[in-house]
Design a protein around this ligand. Structure first.
Ligand code: COI
Length: 356
């Protein structure tokens, strides 16, 4: 059991308008912090009032982006309990990201204890209304004060939490996606599979361009041939082609191995759908669309949950998918997934971890 020191806030913040949470705008009263120093390992786990950090401007994170993050959620069930969805998968991914970024490994049990502790401390911040949850953002920054390019010898691991509604303003309504053909997000051997801020920083230029044209997000293609579909930045993607569910495979190492992606694959297979994880060329999607065989397209992610794609614009060709309505398969997988997450359906696959 992780030994956590508590220093509780003397004054609590006013709670936000639960009907207008949006995503990532309101932060709770406390945060979790744990330090790493060479020779000491991870130490001094504490829950303290949510506060600004005081860091030397030469800290490595500011210059060389030695940083990682995760995203998971806590849900309130109909009987008022609070639960997590597959947190062990996030923790496993966290250590894979750490390995790629030369950040020291964390003890998975300690991370789970820390997540449970901050969520239990902030239980009054876990929203009740349908479609809302408490988003949990663990992250690590490199804190060595030096400008040589080497892995840091000191780090801070922190967890902040915020009550959220849906990630997209559209909610579960279909989103408009623009296919980015100039910039790329990841290449084989890079950090595409890891949850690092750098992946998101380099995606901003495409995102900015897409938003200016009225799209919600960008669909990224592979970094070598600009031909195969990778992901949508905040979501993994699924296409239903002639009744078969197809999603890009993870083996090139340039796609984030989403926990929601993996859960949706398992749910769909259990429902009897054929799911193929393989390379998927944009041309194959266009061809299927032209032949009337592109039944549905949707994205999955912790923040985005299951989000149908209503319009896919390749720059010179626009595909309006399923009449810009949520498809049958997307709806079914959304209902099954969120039913488990919010404790409305039986947790047959053992994915739930209770907090309090
Ligand atoms: C998540 O789904 O948790 C993510 O990290 C996506 C995000 C960048 C909002």
């Amino acid at each position: 059991m992780l030994n956590i020191r508590y220093e509780l806030a003397k004054e609590l913040k006013a709670k936000p308008d639960w009907d207008n949470l949006g995503f990532g705008k309101y932060f709770s009263d406390h945060m979790f912090i744990m330090d790493y120093d060479e020779g000491m390992g991870w130490h001094d786990a504490r829950i303290v009032p949510y506060q600004n950090l005081s860091l030397d401007p030469a800290c490595m994170v500011f210059h060389y982006a030695q940083e990682m993050f995760e995203g998971l959620k806590a849900y309130r069930t109909p009987n008022g309990e609070i639960q997590l969805f597959r947190p062990q998968k996030n923790i496993e991914r966290m250590n894979k990201t750490n390995e790629r970024l030369c950040i020291p490994q964390l003890d998975p049990d300690d991370v789970l204890d820390a997540i449970k502790a901050i969520v239990a401390t902030e239980k009054d911040w876990v929203p009740v209304k349908d479609g809302t949850s408490l988003y949990i953002r663990p992250f690590i920054i490199a804190t060595d004060v030096q400008l040589g390019v080497h892995p840091s010898k000191s780090y801070k691991f922190m967890i902040i939490v915020c009550p959220v509604g849906s990630y997209y303003a559209e909610g579960i309504k279909p989103v408009k996606i623009f296919v980015e053909r100039e910039y790329v997000r990841a290449v084989k051997g890079g950090t595409g599979f890891a949850k690092v801020g750098g992946n998101y920083a380099c995606s901003l230029i495409g995102q900015q361009k897409a938003e200016a044209m009225g799209y919600s997000q960008v669909l990224w293609l592979d970094g070598v041939e600009h031909k195969y579909i990778d992901e949508v930045g905040a979501m993994n993607v699924f296409f239903v082609i002639d009744g078969v569910v197809v999603t890009p495979a993870l083996d090139e190492g340039n796609i984030l191995p989403g926990v929601t992606r993996n859960s949706c694959i398992q749910i769909l297979q259990k429902m009897g759908y054929k799911v193929e994880e393989r390379r998927l060329a944009l041309d194959e999607v266009i061809e299927a669309y032209k032949n009337g065989k592109l039944d549905e397209a949707f994205g999955t992610g912790t923040a985005a949950v299951v989000s149908p794609m209503g319009l896919l614009d390749t720059g010179d060709f626009k595909m309006v998918i399923n009449n810009n309505e949520i498809g049958e398969i997307a709806q079914k997988v959304y209902d099954a997934l969120t039913g488990i997450q919010w404790g409305k359906c039986e947790d047959e696959l053992g994915w739930i971890v209770k907090v309090c």
